[in-house]
Design a protein around this ligand. Structure first.
Ligand code: SAM
Ligand code: DTB
Ligand code: SF4
Length: 335
């Protein structure tokens, strides 16, 4: 085992898949020690973990669609869709089923394997549930994996989504608990954990990650990853978003994160959650291709694919295909 000048790699806890009912918990200090490794040692270690569980040249593609945009009652400081901020996003209604299915078909034709439908809601209302479950059924019938992110869910709502065939539910912790109150005032960290528990109990795969570059410290980034890794079991999918700064939101003008620190965050997530899909999420449009390649080398194996995230832009699909070609990456196929 390679050692480093600052920390012995073998002194860090084992990162093999956890088994049994009471897995060892990640201490924030353990995660911080990973962040503190020399960059090359960290990447080497992340690659080892990645290659033990995945084909390192394969990346999964998810396409996002905003099925209900803007006018959201929550006050998330990063989000252009919050009614508390003036980011110029117009509030819309829930999209008709036919338009959702057409967008899913187009995503499939472009090569996406998962279709993720997002709504700017605090939580879905009873009257919305019938419509969103219809969307799940129809998108799934196309042979795509389905994902939704609709805000907080009650146990019964999670079960209804599962019954409709929902594969994944995205609900992010967003940040470490200690930083969370700086960003969001209208829902608590515990509210998020409760929704995650309902999703897990319903038998839906959990997609849960966060945002970096919001002005948090390294120890707070480590705190977020420790929280995610200590979920039992940890999420099947972990989106790591780099804050997309949108004028009119409170976080516009935040000092951007050092790009290498962003790569470190990916690598640490990979090491702490060896079998999860680590998604290089929002913020790719603002990254150059070399930085994205470093993120894949650090263990990211999923991206959002398609020219739009929810309201902000993402690299054109054609550009991503060209990048994959240059890097010899292949898109994961539908099983
Ligand atoms: N409204 C639902 C909720 O928040 O639970 C679902 C949609 S919300 C837009 C999904 C996630 O997108 C947020 O939890 C946050 O992590 C991410 N997000 C939103 N705005 C972002 C931004 N400007 N930059 C990076 N990530 C962002
Ligand atoms: C996630 O973690 N990132 C995606 C998805 N889950 C829903 C959303 C990113 C949104 C970026 C800002 C926007 O486009 O509005
Ligand atoms: Fe609403 Fe979700 Fe945006 Fe928060 S992140 S303001 S809950 S749409």
């Amino acid at each position: 085992m390679t050692t480093t000048s600052t920390v012995s790699l073998s002194s860090l806890r084992s990162t093999t898949s956890r088994t049994g009912p009471s897995p060892e918990r990640w201490r924030v200090a353990d995660v911080e020690a990973l962040f503190a490794l020399p960059f090359m040692d960290l990447l080497f270690r992340a690659q080892q973990v990645h290659r033990a569980h995945f084909d390192a040249n394969e990346v999964q593609l998810s396409t996002l669609l905003s099925i209900k945009t803007g006018g959201c009652a929550e006050d998330c400081g990063y989000c252009p869709q919050s009614a508390h901020h003036d980011a110029g996003v117009e509030a819309g209604k829930l999209m008709p089923l036919r338009e959702v299915v057409d967008a899913a078909q187009a995503a499939k034709a472009q090569g996406a394997t998962r279709f993720c439908m997002g709504a700017a809601w605090r939580s879905p209302k009873a009257r919305d549930m019938e419509r969103v479950t219809d969307m799940v059924r129809e998108v799934r019938a196309l042979g795509l994996e389905t994902c939704m992110t609709l805000g907080m869910l009650e146990a019964e709502q999670a079960r209804a989504l599962k019954d409709a065939g929902l594969d994944y539910y995205n609900h992010n912790l967003d940040s470490a608990p200690e930083f969370y109150g700086n960003i969001i005032g209208t829902r608590t960290y515990q509210d998020r954990l409760d929704t995650l528990a309902h999703v897990r109990d319903a038998g839906i795969h959990v997609c849960c990650g966060g945002i970096v570059g919001m002005g948090e410290s390294r120890v707070e980034r480590a705190g977020l990853i420790a929280q995610l890794a200590n979920l039992d079991p940890y999420p099947e999918s972990v989106p790591i978003n780099n804050l997309v700064q949108v004028a009119g939101t409170p976080l516009a003008g935040t000092e951007p994160i050092d790009p290498f620190e962003f790569v470190r965050s990916i690598a640490v997530a990979r090491i702490a959650m060896p079998t999860t899909m680590v998604r290089l999420s929002a913020g790719r449009e603002q990254m150059d291709e070399a930085l994205q390649a470093l993120c894949f080398a650090a263990g990211a194996n999923s991206i959002f694919y398609g020219d739009k995230l929810l309201t902000t832009s993402n690299p054109q699909a054609e550009r991503d295909r060209a990048l994959f070609e240059r890097l010899g990456l292949k898109a994961k196929r539908l099983q």
